[in-house]
Design a protein around this ligand. Structure first.
Ligand code: ADP
Ligand code: MG
Length: 341
């Protein structure tokens, strides 16, 4: 991009939990998908990490919104503000010249036309002049280096905040897919509910997230090298409102998330059921790839491998796989026939 060029090219992974922007193959923005809006005048006061820190800290003054729910836009106004705010965070973004922006944005594979339209409108309003879209599992596969246009089939399981998307890809298309609304957020809800029911402890989403990261596990028995120490959760008692200090182990957190993890397992099996046999054989040979933040859950790949008896691999840097693939698509807008205009 020369000095006098007025076109900026960006790839956006607009996730329910995190938004990642890639420019010239570099991750330039990686922020939680949250905006904070002033209740008094409905203006955006913060976006990303700064907005996330305001969650639950004063809803009558500043309202925090996650504009995406279950992978699709739930609040248009907030989403537009969020995209604009994140674009402004790109280092050296030329605000003065109001450059025209070429964008590739990803959308969940199960998106309806209306949902795709919503992403396009938000991107247009945020300054995109030349907007393309790509299905998320396709982007994830490209991001982990798979040749999506080859006849060889591959299976991607992308576990994000709102949805788990499972897709079989071959010849530049999604041949089979299954999407469920059970993913990272559902696990956090399981933890909130469990801490209340079992320990009388009242906690919010950010604490549940910390518990999951520190002692979350898909297995009740982990190898010693992987097993985390107990984690002490502090919060108010639901009964007395006095502070409680509750140590939790990975075993109990694993139990409380069991039902949700079993749903993810079942969804993978259902996707395999609808996979054409020739592609199934490729998947058995190459394994299944886990992407998205949920791929980082301790013991998950092992649990799925044991259950499905096909090797399940965690992609390198799973939180950025979709964004990286979207970045590759940005450079190939004229070659990749599967992009949506
Ligand atoms: P999205 O694409 O929906 O924005 P991401 O792929 O960014 O989602 O993943 C975010 C999800 O991954 C969140 O629900 C978060 O809690 C979860 N996550 C991130 N790190 C871990 C981890 N180490 N263990 C378990 N879950 C994790
Ligand atoms: Mg995602």
């Amino acid at each position: 991009m020369g000095f006098f060029s007025f076109t900026q090219e960006i790839a956006i992974d607009l996730g329910t939990a995190n938004t990642v922007i890639i420019c010239n193959d570099q991750v330039v923005v990686d922020e939680p998908s949250v905006v904070a809006i002033s209740v008094a005048d409905n203006k955006m006061v913060a976006v990303g990490r700064k907005a996330q820190q305001m969650i639950g800290k004063g809803d009558t003054i500043v309202r925090t919104v996650r504009p995406l729910k279950d992978g699709v836009i739930a609040d248009f106004y907030a989403c537009e503000m969020m995209i604009k705010g994140m674009i402004k965070m790109i280092p050296h973004h030329r605000q003065l010249f109001n450059p025209s922006i070429r964008m590739v944005v990803c959308v969940p594979s199960g998106s309806t036309e209306v949902e795709i339209r919503a992403v396009r409108d938000s991107s247009d309003h945020a300054g995109g002049r030349d907007v393309y879209m790509i299905y998320e599992p396709m982007a994830a596969a490209i991001g982990i280096g798979i040749d999506v246009e080859s006849p060889e089939g591959c299976m991607i399981v992308d576990i994000g905040g709102g949805t788990t998307e499972i897709a079989v890809i071959s010849l530049g298309g999604i041949v089979a897919n299954k999407s469920i609304r059970t993913a990272g957020d559902a696990l956090n809800q399981d933890i909130i509910e469990y801490m209340g029911r079992m320990h009388n402890l009242r906690i919010d989403e950010p604490t549940a997230e910390r518990i999951k990261i520190n002692v979350g596990s898909a297995l009740t028995e982990l190898d010693e090298s992987e097993a985390p120490e107990e984690y002490v959760v502090v919060g108010p008692s639901r009964v007395t409102a006095l502070p409680l200090h509750i140590p939790v182990s990975y075993q109990e957190i694993s139990h409380c998330m069991e039902k949700s993890i079993a749903k993810i397992e079942t969804a993978v099996l259902q996707a395999l059921e609808i996979t054409p046999p020739e592609l199934y054989a490729d998947i058995v040979k190459n394994g299944i790839f886990l992407t998205g933040g949920g791929a980082l859950l301790r013991g998950l790949a092992k649990r799925l491998t044991d259950k499905i008896t096909i090797q399940v691999h965690v992609a390198d840097d799973p939180l950025h796989a979709v964004a990286r693939g979207t970045g590759v698509a940005l450079k190939n807008v004229n070659n990749f026939g599967f992009l949506i205009r």
